[in-house]
Design a protein around this ligand. Structure first.
Ligand code: HEM
Ligand code: HEM
Length: 163
């Protein structure tokens, strides 16, 4: 898939924003799955309760697997000029985001299928780590946009590049 040199590929951009949308669905639907999880040992994993959360969660896993594949294939556009430490924090936090997006749904699946409480607890803890990392990530995007004015946000925006 072609990409202009200063932007992520269109597939990477689509998956980035689709993941945000599906994450919101999995957050909004977590009450039902929590209620279902209390009884999963009795009902078995095939009950419909909490299905939206589980489907959204598995979708996050699938999207992230494709995304990691695209990242390995297309890489990232060269970063705008910034201090070395900032680049390091950005790269570490992007890596952490990918890792959490893979680990959270896998732990959710393990918790659900095996009715395993400890996996559910780790699922929840990692979710809060994701929430914090995403908050920092959004803060960084805003900082680049409004304080550094380096056009970083445009790299992840679908609008075609003006020629
Ligand atoms: C990235 C995707 C996912 C996100 C962001 C997510 C997020 C959450 C959140 C925020 C909670 C509530 C935690 C709490 O406050 O107690 C939760 C609970 C739960 N999730 Fe997920 N989840 C995801 C994927 C999945 C998947 C794929 C499954 C299973 C197929 C799953 C199964 C569960 C279960 C069983 C609970 C209840 C755990 C409990 O009550 O202790 N989740 N999830
Ligand atoms: C309003 C919300 C968000 C904004 C404004 C935003 C903005 C951005 C921007 C501008 C980039 C490009 C950074 C660069 O060029 O180095 C980026 C990359 C990235 N974003 Fe977001 N993002 C948001 C939400 C999220 C969420 C919810 C996640 C995941 C949970 C996420 C995960 C990532 C990852 C993993 C990358 C690195 C892409 C790569 O290099 O492969 N973002 N984001």
């Amino acid at each position: 898939m072609p990409r202009s040199r200063d932007k992520y590929s269109s597939g990477q951009i689509l998956l980035h924003w689709l993941t945000l949308a599906v994450l919101i669905v999995s957050w909004v639907s977590h009450d039902a799955v929590e209620a279902a999880f209390e009884q999963v040992a009795a009902t078995g994993p095939f009950t419909a309760q909490g299905l939206v959360h589980r489907i959204a969660g598995v979708a996050v896993l699938a999207l992230t697997l494709v995304r990691v594949g695209l990242r390995m294939r297309h890489g990232a556009p060269p970063e705008p000029k910034m201090p070395g430490w900032m680049l390091l924090v950005a790269q570490a936090s992007h890596f952490a985001l990918y890792a959490l997006l893979l680990m959270i749904p896998i732990l959710g699946l393990i918790a659900w299928v095996g009715a395993i409480e400890s996996a559910a607890e780790l699922h929840e803890t990692l979710f809060w780590m994701l929430a914090i990392t995403v908050a920092v990530h959004i803060g960084a995007a805003l900082y680049h946009q409004f304080i550094r004015h380096d056009g970083l946000l445009r790299r992840m925006m679908p609008a075609p590049r003006a020629r």
